[in-house]
Design a protein around this ligand. Structure first.
Ligand SMILES: *[C@@H]1O[C@H](CO)[C@@H](O)[C@H](O)[C@H]1NC(C)=O
Ligand SMILES: *[C@@H]1O[C@H](CO)[C@@H](O)[C@H](O)[C@H]1NC(C)=O
Ligand SMILES: *[C@@H]1O[C@H](CO)[C@@H](O)[C@H](O)[C@H]1NC(C)=O
Ligand SMILES: *[C@@H]1O[C@H](CO)[C@@H](O)[C@H](O)[C@H]1NC(C)=O
Ligand SMILES: *[C@@H]1O[C@H](CO)[C@@H](O)[C@H](O)[C@H]1NC(C)=O
Ligand SMILES: *[C@@H]1O[C@H](CO)[C@@H](O)[C@H](O)[C@H]1NC(C)=O
Ligand SMILES: *[C@@H]1O[C@H](CO)[C@@H](O)[C@H](O)[C@H]1NC(C)=O
Ligand SMILES: *[C@@H]1O[C@H](CO)[C@@H](O)[C@H](O)[C@H]1NC(C)=O
Length: 548
């Protein structure tokens, strides 16, 4: 049994998720004081908001490390923790770390203006020495510091009888993300999610170093978003309490920002908008007609009218209300644009011919985007606007691809300045289910998806990152966590660390599995109900013993 045991310990020794860009470790035990002196200073002047953000991160770090207890008994063969944990004697002898120094190198840019790549530098450095009672974390910005604290919390285990410890000092990590945009797209229209569900998701995202939460907040089925300028819209909420108030939105934006996450809102249009018909039937054509399959990808059918000044006034009014509340938190607004059904326009425009409808769609999008620009934001659209409808998009528009990896290339080839976002809902197959499909992908499939596959070096520069889509037809509060986690963790690692390692070699399941096991247990200890990825038997053994 000696060999497997050693292999397990080696695997566990670097169980950080997502894996850092560079990391070196030793094999000395050090322990953390129960009340470490965690201090923050910045080499450049920072705003009070930054200090507050860091202080709140420090509080979360302490709660995470000292109360969300993680004794890794499940990672040890035969569940015998004494084979893993340092003995009491070893713990007593170990150096006690009593200070964590956080140093920020640059001030945060408090404007959320383009060019986006200049806005954030999330890199950080982390040093644990075996001869110093201080840990040093240096962050390029506050986001870097937050990521450093997250990594630090993953380096420590709770001891059954003693303080948190690590067995791998000295540790030296220099880390930076591969992609700027590492997101989850949560569909809030098909089923109801409470504010707490979203807050928990934000917390889990931060723990996975993800930084964009795309809220697909309205769709054909429901409109759970309070817009004070149009209070009647929430008639299309599932019940009088199932909607997000302006205060809810504010608290989500702040909670996300505190964790280095931007929330991107999407009110999908002109398709996927029938819910508006509950309060404004005059704005929607082909609302809820049969057979719905001819008029929409999902029931109910219906779409915003085109070439209609009332619709344009509505869009202007909606954005005038909503966007000013977002602009200080994010530079993007997602105007949707997927699956616009041509037949749905037969009634009002007398045609379902694409090229004939094109000028109307063009006019709709130009109007909507002009309004977005007016509020000093940049637009994101789904790929169909560019690839199927040939809309002339401003160069600062981000095109989000969901249909296929091949479309990433097509989007980039249509104009080098567009930024493609990927993680396509590819591999989508209904067979053998004749329902909405269950487009659930295993973490392995997600992990093996390379956002840059088949692109030239030049083309890869246009890919800003990707998102995991949680379309909520078959998900609500009851199964949100296990649908997302740890599947989204697989994407988080591809987007933070890259599909390939620093030698350009694909990362393997064999190497990733034990780390993901551990990450999943850490999420469980933080009350995120991530689903198991293998039998516990496998978690307790070297990963090759469970390799398929
Ligand atoms: C924490 O460390 C700082 C910086 O070294 C020091 O000024 C401060 O007195 C320390 N606080 C405590 C409570 O030890
Ligand atoms: C701690 O060890 C590092 C290298 O291992 C060395 O550079 C440093 O000078 C040592 N510091 C102290 C205070 O002994
Ligand atoms: C981010 O900051 C680090 C540390 O200051 C620096 O080394 C790196 O070049 C910066 N990256 C970018 C893209 O500016
Ligand atoms: C978009 O352009 C392509 C290629 O020119 C054309 O085949 C297609 O019909 C156009 N789509 C629309 C909706 O006009
Ligand atoms: C839209 O409607 C107006 C009349 O309100 C008309 O002049 C115009 O040609 C129509 N078409 C487009 C593409 O705007
Ligand atoms: C994006 O481009 C449009 C069109 O060129 C411009 O009007 C708008 O100001 C730009 N938006 C931002 C935020 O730079
Ligand atoms: C890459 O291109 C090959 C050959 O055209 C194709 O078979 C494969 O599906 C493509 N992969 C992706 C991820 O697009
Ligand atoms: C690396 O993984 C990609 C999919 O992400 C696959 O297409 C490719 O063949 C793999 N390369 C090697 C050398 O295994």
């Amino acid at each position: 049994m000696l060999l497997p045991l050693i292999v397990t310990l080696i695997a566990v020794a670097v169980a950080i998720w997502p894996i850092p860009a560079t990391m070196s470790t030793g094999n000395t035990v050090v322990k953390l004081s129960y009340n470490p002196n965690i201090t923050f200073r910045s080499l450049q002047e920072v705003k009070p908001e930054t200090t507050t953000k860091i202080n709140r991160a420090i509080e979360r770090f302490k709660i995470n490390l000292f109360t969300k207890v993680f004794v890794p008994d499940m990672l040890q063969p035969f569940g015998d923790i004494s084979k893993f944990e340092p003995s009491i004697v070893e713990i007593e002898k170990a150096l006690t770390i009593n200070a964590v120094r956080l140093v920020q190198l640059n001030s945060d840019l408090h404007t959320v203006k383009p060019v986006l790549t200049e806005n954030e530098n999330e890199s950080y450095d982390l040093r644990i020495m075996d001869n110093s009672t201080e840990i040093l974390i240096t962050g390029a910005t506050s986001s870097g510091i937050l990521h450093g604290l997250t990594t630090l919390s993953q380096l420590f285990y709770t001891h059954t009888w003693g303080p948190p410890y690590t067995k791998i000092a000295p540790v030296s990590i220099t880390d930076t993300p591969r992609f700027l945009h590492r997101g989850i797209n949560l569909d809030l229209s098909r089923n109801w999610f409470s504010k707490e569900d979203i807050l928990r998701t934000i917390d889990a995202m931060a723990f996975n170093k993800m930084n964009r939460l795309h809220l697909h907040i309205t769709d054909a089925q429901s409109w759970p978003l309070e817009i004070p300028a149009f209070p009647e819209l929430i008639k299309a909420a599932y019940s009088p309490t199932k909607y997000y108030s302006t205060q809810d939105i504010q608290s989500l934006l702040s909670a996300a920002e505190d964790r280095g996450i931007q929330i991107l809102m999407e009110t999908d249009m002109p398709g996927h908008s029938t819910s508006i018909a509950y309060s404004h039937p005059e704005l929607i054509t082909s609302a809820n007609i049969q057979p719905w399959g001819d008029y929409a990808a999902e029931p109910p059918s219906g779409t915003l009218k085109l070439n209609d000044s009332n619709v344009e006034d509505f869009v202007s009014g909606l954005f005038a209300d909503f966007l000013p509340r977002l602009v200080h938190h994010t530079q993007y607004y997602h105007t949707g644009g997927d699956e616009v059904n041509k037949k749905a326009y037969e009634i009002t425009l007398g045609t379902s011919d694409g090229p004939t409808l094109q000028p109307f769609v063009e006019r709709f999008v130009q109007h909507a985007h002009k309004e977005v620009f007016k509020h000093d934001m940049q637009a994101i659209v789904w790929e169909e606007m560019l690839l199927d409808w040939n809309i002339s998009l401003a160069k600062n528009t981000t095109v989000q691809v969901w249909q296929s990896a091949a479309n990433v290339k097509r989007v980039i080839q249509k104009g080098q300045l567009w930024e493609a976002m990927t993680f396509a809902k590819s591999y989508h197959s209904c067979y053998p289910f004749a329902d909405y499909c269950s487009p659930v992908k295993s973490w392995r499939l997600i992990y093996s998806y390379d956002p840059l596959a088949n692109l030239t070096i030049e083309e890869t520069k246009s890919v800003i990152g990707g998102e995991i889509h949680l379309w909520a037809e078959q998900t609500d509060s009851s199964n949100l966590d296990r649908m997302l986690w740890p599947r989204a963790s697989a994407a988080a690692e591809v987007l933070w660390s890259g599909r390939q390692d620093s030698n350009g070699v694909n990362r393997t399941f064999l190497e990733a599995t034990p780390r993901l096991h551990e990450m999943r247990f850490r999420m469980i200890s933080k009350s995120i109900h991530a689903e198991p990825i293998q039998p516990l038997w496998c978690a307790q053994r070297p990963s090759y013993m469970c390799a398929l």
